[in-house]
Design a protein around this ligand. Structure first.
Ligand code: AMP
Length: 333
């Protein structure tokens, strides 16, 4: 029996933080052992914000390097760049005919972009969810490892799949589902005390995989807290709970229990908690950071990996496009 297919991707927007790691990569790395995996760098997606050409190339390389350093294994999956697969834009064109203006205009991310970049509300932004869907659909993926923040975005992919299958009376595409090895999809908190970790909130609010220990310690020591608990066993305010949540990712259970007890009897010193979190984070990230450095200098190996990954992705995508053309009636004479 052929293995189920899993697809994951990331926009080349710069260094990856631990939100990306725990939300998507760690799941993909486990899944590549069990599934037929495709991992891609979504360079077309980043064009909606008009990045500098030289900058874009460097960022694509950086993402590929960082994901390899995290354990994405090119011998077990296809690691590729979106723009190396011309079948993606073809399927994107076809699926744009199945996406309606009203539903695209109602997407939360589109509305947010209209507010945040009023001088660049391009058509690519409007149809962004279609391209996201196509990235998954093109390989007929059943599972997509994502963080909680992306759960909603997958709905568009499912809508498009259902619409296509119904319109042509086929059961060709599976409906892709968000996937995490945790019971729930995860959301890694920001260091500023509110919301999820996100690059858009600034360098100081994110813990990057490539952060040097000193930079990491400084950021964590500056993380938002409050003045401390005033009554025993009180509920932790969000900023403090966030630090405990970060600890759960990298610290030993007994360490967490130790600080939990100090919190509950009101003797906690947040400075000590942060110091411990910083040290545990440094230990966790050091092998990844060192691997990133090592891989960054090996352009030849990287281009071979991306070349092979592109070939595998094109083979899978070409089969889908050929089937879709047949189904929708674009047939050769
Ligand atoms: P992005 O950098 O927004 O393109 O996200 C790439 C992947 O990382 C997606 O699967 C997101 O769900 C995941 N991700 C990004 N930020 C977080 C976060 N703070 N918590 C959990 N997952 C996240």
């Amino acid at each position: 029996m052929s293995k189920e297919i899993v697809v994951s991707g990331v926009r080349p927007t710069g260094r990856q933080h631990i939100g990306n790691y725990f939300g998507a990569v760690v799941n993909f790395v486990k899944m590549q052992e069990l599934y037929n995996g495709y991992f891609f760098v979504a360079d077309y997606h980043s064009l909606t914000t008009h990045p500098e050409a030289a900058d874009l190339k460097a960022k694509v390389k950086q993402i590929a390097v960082e994901y390899l350093a995290c354990g994405v294994d090119p011998n077990k999956c296809a690691l590729f760049v979106q723009s190396d697969v011309p079948q993606i834009p073809e399927l994107y064109l076809i699926f744009n005919m199945f996406a309606y203006m009203g539903e695209l205009e109602r997407e939360a991310t589109f509305k947010e972009k209209v507010r945040s970049q009023p001088n660049n509300v391009n058509a690519g932004l409007l149809t962004y969810p279609v391209l996201m869907g196509v990235d998954i659909i093109i390989h007929k993926a059943a599972k997509v490892p994502v963080g909680k923040d992306q759960q909603q975005h997958l709905e568009m992919a499912r809508v498009l799949v259902r619409r296509f299958n119904n319109l042509y009376n086929v059961e060709y595409f599976p409906e892709p589902q968000a996937f995490s090895f945790e019971t729930d999809l995860v959301s890694i908190p920001s260091l500023d005390g509110e919301g999820k970790m996100s690059k858009s909130k600034g360098e100081q609010t994110c813990i990057y995989l490539s952060d040097e220990p000193e930079a990491l310690r400084k950021k964590i020591m500056r993380a938002t807290t409050d003045t401390g608990p005033t009554a025993p066993n009180s509920i932790k305010p969000t900023a403090v709970k966030n630090l405990f949540d970060l600890m759960k990712l990298v610290s030993k259970p007994e360490t967490i229990q130790f600080f939990d007890e100090r919190y509950n009897d009101c003797t906690i010193r947040y400075g000590d908690l942060k110091k411990q979190l910083a040290e545990d984070m440094v230990v966790f990230l050091t092998p990844i950071r060192e691997k990133i450095k090592e891989l960054s200098t090996n352009d030849k190996m990287l281009s071979e990996i991306i070349g092979d990954g592109g070939q595998k992705a094109r083979a899978s995508a070409a089969k889908t496009i050929s089937d879709v053309r047949e189904i929708i009636g674009i047939k050769s004479f």
